[in-house]
Design a protein around this ligand. Structure first.
Ligand SMILES: Cc1cc2nc3c(=O)[nH]c(=O)nc-3n(C[C@H](O)[C@H](O)[C@H](O)COP(=O)(O)O)c2cc1C
Ligand code: SF4
Length: 644
């Protein structure tokens, strides 16, 4: 079935055992002074165990101030070599290669994380996300940075890495020199192609002086920045011919910078089409003699194999795919596609974690970055565990508990699994959410875990089962505030609309509640309804969403012509529509044939007390404690299983 994915191929003189590459991903797991940690090594080792052909490390700082995140590693001092030797030796116990990515963040950094210095850039233009005004670099500073890349490369080689990647993508320092969007210099480092490329040429030459002609050196670039006056494919084709002439060993095609539009971001969300860099990579491949890696929104091994088979690239970068499931390659090799935990493009664990200044994690894999805490060995004392609730929290608890050897049964009152995660997959662009629940279900089935649907847990059942441990994951129920008319026949819940349990009547629709569920339900309804109004009591809608996703959904809401009323408190509902109080305290009316109730959720925990009567080991998790987001619920499911 898979034709090329598991064939070896070379980058320079380094043979990579298969075509699946983990591209660089900052995890923020190291120390503030750039030393690597056991936690970081264990995180990378898990991928080596999982069968990736190559792991490219996160971006290593080339000097003490070259940091865009607080806890990234560096190789700017000889003391940093020893830890990295342990890392490369660990990875080399497996059939996996490891390259080191080297970078300087340029303007995409802040005083707060880079040792309290003003960020450096080709020109003094602020990045709209970092918002720290950078300083235009002097020629002397440019020459020093070139040397820093060279000496870091020497340490990379001495640390035992199989090769290195120059990070010339994503709006960081080198990339910002390449781009006329950020480089407005008029000296020999700005202006025409030769000048904008000069810093990269000098860095490459200096690296070669330090590592020799045979050490594999590849370059990562953003093929298109999707910005007015930014780099485009035309620039990229010119650049890759130049890099090929220089003799680089591979070219890694990515896209974007921090300032790029949401659906063309470096870490593209679920709204972005899959593998959108593949056609550019194919063109690049025609122009160069070295191998080409392509990355972004490729999360499926069969898709990866097809891209290879079509000749669009030589290697596939799968970043978040490796966070979601470090064992994806091994599962693909065995044909166990249904067992793979696919990245769903939600950004809630990985990018959101980094932007919050903590470490990156993953919504569908709470273990990522925490491998060092627990080897997941089988327990010596298997327990009989009742998991009540088949939503993401309960299923993650059940999967984790079963994996370490407990005897688990899952009880779900409804006739289907997934809880709120099921309906969350219905709005446009969110279909991939289904893969999470589906893979949990399959893994439980393969481990022989009984999943009892349409089985509400009662006190009698708890008494008769006599479990050793109970995990209460009964989730949340829609919140129905005491507003007159909400029990009317024209009122339906957002969840019922999404799941197709309730239809909307012809005519205008009013969605009450402008949080994520309300906003997405309104977006869902644009497929069949013309006249939609979203009413929110706060001053803004979608306040519970991760800002990048919010920006994109806002755009869809605007484009679809959904009317948004903020600062509007729903007062009552009747058969003709919704009365609300506006910001001035006046009562207003919006006509509606159907009113969708999306006021939020409240924790639902009816069984804790009964469970405690019959069992001394009861844990309540996820939305049964506090209606919140899936990231927290899934993490709590994982933690509860380990705490049994
Ligand atoms: C948490 C996280 C950190 C990242 N850090 C880096 C980085 O250090 N260097 C880099 O070149 N790209 C970085 N990226 C971008 C990824 O390498 C990759 O290009 C991006 O995630 C899109 O690919 P994917 O859809 O396979 O995840 C990061 C991505 C994530 C999710
Ligand atoms: S948090 Fe979401 S986007 Fe990030 S790796 Fe996990 S599933 Fe993918």
């Amino acid at each position: 079935m898979l034709k090329k994915l598991f064939t070896p191929a070379k980058i320079g003189n380094c043979e990579i055992p298969n075509r699946l590459i983990v591209p660089a991903m900052v995890m923020n797991l190291c120390t503030e002074d750039g030393m690597i940690t056991e936690r970081y090594i264990k995180y990378i080792e898990e991928k080596a165990k999982g069968g990736w052909g190559m792991v490219i490390t996160e971006d290593y700082a080339v000097n003490v101030n070259a940091k865009g995140y607080q806890f990234i590693p560096g190789l700017y001092e000889d003391e940093q070599i020893e830890g990295n030797r342990r890392l490369t030796e660990t990875v080399h116990k497996y059939d996996t290669k490891i390259f080191c990515q080297m970078y300087h963040p340029g303007r995409q950094s802040k005083h707060a994380v880079n040792g309290n210095v003003q960020p450096l850039a080709p020109s003094a233009i602020k990045d709209p996300f970092c918002m720290d005004l950078p300083r235009e670099m002097t020629v002397e500073e440019i020459r020093q940075i070139v040397k820093d890349f060279g000496s870091t490369a020497r340490r990379v080689k001495e640390s035992g890495f199989d090769g290195l990647e120059i990070h010339a993508a994503h709006g960081y320092l080198i990339s910002s020199f390449l781009s006329p969007f950020t480089n407005k210099r008029v000296d020999e480092y700005g202006g025409c192609f030769e000048n904008r490329t000069r810093i990269l040429d000098e860095i490459y030459a200096c690296i070669r002086e330090n590592v020799g002609a045979d050490f594999p050196v590849q370059v990562r670039i953003s093929a298109n920045e999707y910005l007015l006056g930014g780099r485009t494919e035309a620039d990229t084709y010119e650049l890759v011919r130049h890099l090929d002439e220089l003799g680089v060993d591979a070219i890694h095609i990515s896209n974007g910078m921090y300032a790029s539009p949401v659906i063309r971001q470096i870490i593209a969300p679920m709204y972005t089409e899959h593998a959108f860099n593949m056609d550019t990579a194919e063109q690049v491949r025609k122009l160069v003699s070295c191998p080409v890696i392509v990355t972004n929104r490729i999360n499926d091994p069969k898709m990866a194999d097809t891209i290879l088979e079509m000749g669009k690239a030589d290697f596939i970068g799968m970043g978040r795919g490796s966070l979601a499931d470090p064992h994806l390659p091994e599962k693909a090799r065995k044909g166990a596609f249904e067992n793979i935990r696919y990245c769903i493009g939600c950004l809630q664990g990985c990018e959101a974690g980094l932007l919050a200044g903590t470490c990156a994690t993953c919504l569908v894999n709470p273990r990522v970055g925490r491998e060092y805490e627990n080897p997941m060995e089988k327990t010596d004392s298997p327990k009989k565990v009742m998991v009540i609730g088949g939503g993401p929290a309960g299923l993650m608890a059940a999967e984790t508990a079963a994996r370490i050897g407990h005897r688990v049964t899952v009880y779900e009152a409804k006739n289907t699994l997934g809880g709120q995660f099921k309906s969350a997959a219905f709005p446009p662009g969110k279909g991939e959410l289904s893969t999470f629940v589906s893979s949990l279900r399959k893994n439980l089935a393969d481990m022989g875990v009984p999943v009892k649907l349409e089985t509400p847990v009662t006190e009698e059942l708890l008494a008769s089962e006599t479990p050793d441990a109970v995990i209460v994951a009964t989730g949340a129920k829609p919140l129905v505030p005491p507003i007159k008319g909400l029990d009317g026949e024209n009122v339906v819940s957002a969840e019922d609309v999404l799941l197709g349990n309730a239809d909307v009547r012809p005519g205008p629709v009013v969605v009450c509640g402008g949080g994520e569920v309300g906003g997405e339900t309104a977006h869902f309804l644009t497929q069949t309804c013309q006249d939609i109004t979203l009413i929110e009591m706060r001053d803004d809608i979608l306040v519970d969403m991760f800002p990048l996703m919010k920006m994109q959904l806002m755009q869809y809401i605007r484009e679809a012509g959904i009317k948004v009323l903020t600062g509007a408190r729903v007062a009552s509902v009747d058969e003709n529509g919704v009365f609300y109080t506006d910001q001035e305290g006046n009562t207003q009316f919006v006509p509606a044939a159907t009113v969708v109730s999306a006021f939020g959720y409240k924790a639902y925990n009816p069984l804790e007390e009964a469970a405690r009567k019959y069992c001394g080991n009861v844990q309540v998790i996820g939305c049964a404690v506090k209606a919140g987001n899936a990231l927290t619920a899934v993490r709590e499911g994982y933690e509860a299983a380990l705490a049994i």
